[in-house]
Design a protein around this ligand. Structure first.
Ligand code: BLA
Length: 290
């Protein structure tokens, strides 16, 4: 499969145009820095965008354009902590034989236990999730820890890369991003300062997880080297990990502590599970809690 027609740039262009129709985007400085980053493999180009907007603390996108060898998108929208709305998350990794896809409105609070949060944001979106759960079926076993960051409408899928699947994915991306922008539009600011603190900590926990355990890191290291990869991860992709809170990875995820006090480098300490979709069409969790 030749990937040159399967670039993710049109996804990003769509999202930015759509966001501009709904809100006012202000550019953030980091995107300039990425423009000048030297990539070790001269066929590969990084493109970065980062903005803030009222209600949105960070709207950022990284695409890795490896021509016919690889296409990657990491796109996220992270609200201001005054709002408890979900985080927009699109992570697409494509090589000629395979695409690995996560598309979701990641919940700030685990919907398997927080019924109120699930009803507030996902009940209305279940039909959307159901539509794409059929077109883009569950991608087999997954790192168990990741499940707590996913919503009942998550699209977790792997497929043999093809134009047809890519088109379905583009449609899903458009629908999910529009759904997220609608949540942004409707969101009312929290006034209770304790609740704002809780939102902030929940976001910080999420950013801390991803800054430490995101499956894309090894590839980023290979492309730009260890130091720049770390800078990209902490100051761009998951910006806020060093400012929104002071807890460290092991404070949130103590099960990763090794005897010598360091962080277990494994991505998962529980292992992979959830061979099939662990939510039913009513958005009820039917998997085992681990
Ligand atoms: C694989 N990426 C994966 C997998 C998941 C995710 C679930 C399957 C492997 C696993 O179960 O861990 C994505 N995991 C997520 C997301 C969250 C999470 C979004 O917990 C959010 C909470 N992927 C990218 C980028 C790259 C990338 C930018 O988004 C590369 C720069 C690569 N993802 C990538 C690769 C794999 C992968 C290479 C397969 C390798 C592997 O499974 O270890």
């Amino acid at each position: 499969m030749d990937l040159s027609s399967l670039s993710y740039h049109k996804f990003v262009n769509f999202a930015m145009e759509e966001a501009r129709l709904c809100t006012t985007l202000t550019p953030l400085p980091y995107q300039e820095k990425v423009r000048t980053m030297k990539v070790k493999d001269d066929k590969t180009v990084l493109h970065a965008l980062s903005y803030q907007a009222p209600k949105i603390r960070l709207l950022r996108s990284l695409t890795i354009d490896g021509g016919s060898a690889m296409q990657v998108l990491d796109f996220a929208g992270i609200p201001e902590p005054m709002f408890d709305m979900p985080i927009f998350c699109a992570n697409f990794f494509t090589i000629p034989s395979l695409s690995i896809i996560v598309l979701d409105l990641n919940p700030l609070y685990d919907t398997r236990t927080q019924q109120y949060y699930k009803e507030k944001y996902y009940l209305k979106l279940l039909p959307l999730g159901q539509k794409y759960a059929e077109l883009l079926p569950w991608g087999d076993k997954i790192t168990s820890e990741s499940l707590s960051f996913f919503s009942p409408i998550v699209i977790w899928t792997k497929f043999a890369t093809s134009q047809t699947k890519h088109d379905v994915l583009f449609s899903a991306f458009r629908d999910y991003f529009k759904a997220w922008l609608e949540l942004v539009d409707q969101a009312l600011p929290e006034t209770n300062s304790l609740q704002i603190l809780r939102n902030k900590e929940a976001q910080h926990r999420y950013l801390t997880w991803r800054a430490e355990k995101d499956p894309g890191h090894p590839l980023l290291k290979k492309l730009v080297g260890e130091d720049l990869a770390r800078d990209l991860v902490r100051n761009f992709l998951f910006e806020g990990v060093d400012s929104l809170g002071t807890k460290a990875f092991l404070d949130y995820f103590p099960e990763y502590r090794r005897e010598d006090g360091s962080v277990n480098q494994k991505r998962s300490v529980i292992g992979k599970s959830y061979e099939t979709r662990p939510w039913n069409s009513k958005g009820e969790f039917i998997g085992e809690m681990s």
